[in-house]
Design a binder for this molecule. Structure first.
Ligand SMILES: *Cc1c(COP(=O)(O)O)cnc(C)c1O
Length: 408
């Protein structure tokens, strides 16, 4: 008789094959970009001071732009996180006193203070006189286009899409859905910019949001595109004039992309990008495996094992605070780093409720490495993501499953 785990893998075999096919396709894209740009050993050296002639920095940005389908890219360690990339993009392209529409509902918690939904930062969009409208919360991965169009007014400058669900129990928005929304928004008014929070979505599908018409796309290097090797940083890709605005805002007007040291990060950022399609495929397989496993015991999961995916996140409703803590304890315990640490819920900058996090990672907080986290609220969904290889993701999912099931 087959074990439950083997049984699950056979049910998922077509989707595992599809993930491998996507990784092969994307590896070729990344490789071709590195070949065309003539990435070379000399780019891994770095200089000092202004970094005017930092060839490594230039080539990283050129390769990111071509891989992501943008005209230009800003890829910097000076962008400290995904939140910073998104905040920088918003504060660079949203005009004072204009209007902004959030097409996928309330954005991720850490963006709230940038918008001015909470806090009273003088640098928020609200402080710039920007008005905003939120579409209703997403429950499926279909955007209500009629609702988005109904919220657009003559002074709407930007429509914002969050691809991944973040801490919402909803599936990610697929590239086809983004493409279709871009089309209807541009039909209504071609001057409206579409900005995408691409966190956790990179390399899950064959195309990225810029390929289907999004103007600016933002994300974190310690998630998917860093492949587990990038030590820090964020990226913005898209239309050249808009990326230049972001660069002027990051450095100084007139300085733009022309300076800023790479601080020796070029090798790990490029090696991570090279590995990223494969790492993302491993993470996806781990997520599918966990989904099928927990659903087989009656837990509500999102997305379900065989569902369409456009990010690497797996949410599992554990329905009890004790089970949630146990789940996180096991994920931490089966991590290569800090396995002896007990995760405890606590406040986190940018979040309104206490958050519990299991992340025994080589790169602090890197959620392309296997990690689990959850804001402590009913019905206690946990968000599981990452896995540098499938074996680790599978092993930890099994251990967590056994522990949670043994729990009464
Ligand atoms: C992770 C994430 C971000 C950015 O988070 P950082 O931790 O600042 O990199 C933004 N949006 C979503 C949906 C995310 O998952």
């Amino acid at each position: 008789m087959k074990s439950l785990y083997t049984e699950i893998e056979s049910r998922l075999s077509d989707l595992f094959q599809k993930a491998d096919d996507t990784a092969l396709y994307l590896t070729e894209r990344v490789l071709n970009s590195m070949r065309e740009n003539r990435l070379s050993d000399r780019h891994f050296a770095w200089n000092t001071g202004y970094g005017y002639d930092d060839e490594g920095r230039r080539i990283v940005e050129s390769i990111y732009a071509s891989v992501f389908g943008g005209e230009s890219a800003l890829v910097r360690t000076q962008i400290v996180s995904g939140t910073h990339a998104i905040s920088l993009a918003l504060r660079s392209v949203v005009k004072p006193n204009s209007h902004l529409v959030f097409a996928t509902g309330m954005p991720y918690d850490t963006i709230h203070k940038t918008i001015g939904i909470s806090g009273d930062s003088p640098f928020s969009l609200k402080a710039m006189g920007v008005r905003f409208d939120f579409c209703k919360p997403m429950v499926t991965n279909k955007i209500d286009q009629a609702e988005v169009l109904s919220k657009i007014s003559s002074d709407t400058g930007v429509v914002y899409i969050q691809r991944s669900g973040g801490y919402d129990f909803r599936p990610a928005i697929g590239i086809d859905e983004i493409k279709s929304l871009v089309r209807v928004v541009k039909d209504k008014n071609p001057n409206i910019l579409v900005l995408v929070d691409n966190c956790y979505g990179e390399f899950v599908e064959r195309e990225e949001p810029n390929h289907v018409g999004a103007d600016l796309v933002c994300g974190s290097l310690i998630k998917n595109p860093g492949g587990g090797l990038a030590l820090s940083g964020g990226y913005i890709t898209g239309r050249e004039d808009l990326v230049n605005l972001c660069a002027d805002n990051l450095t100084a007007p007139g300085l733009g992309k022309g300076l800023g040291l790479s601080f020796g990060t070029v090798r790990s950022v490029m090696q991570g990008l090279f590995l990223a399609p494969g790492v993302v495929a491993s993470s996806l397989k781990g997520a599918m495996f966990a989904a099928e496993l927990f659903e087989s015991a009656g837990y509500k999961v999102c997305p379900r094992g065989l569902d369409f995916r456009s990010d690497i996140i797996q949410s599992i409703e554990l329905a009890s605070e004790e089970k949630l803590k146990e789940f996180c304890r096991i994920i931490q315990g089966y991590s290569p780093v800090d396995s002896f640490v007990e995760p405890v819920p606590g406040p986190l900058p940018g979040y309104d409720v206490d958050v519990i996090m299991a992340a025994g990672t080589f790169v602090q907080g890197a959620s392309i490495e296997l990690s689990a986290d959850a804001p402590l609220k009913e019905p206690y969904p946990v968000y599981l993501q990452g896995g540098l290889n499938y074996y680790h993701a599978k092993l930890a999912a099994i251990k967590a499953f056994e522990a949670v099931e043994a729990f009464v």
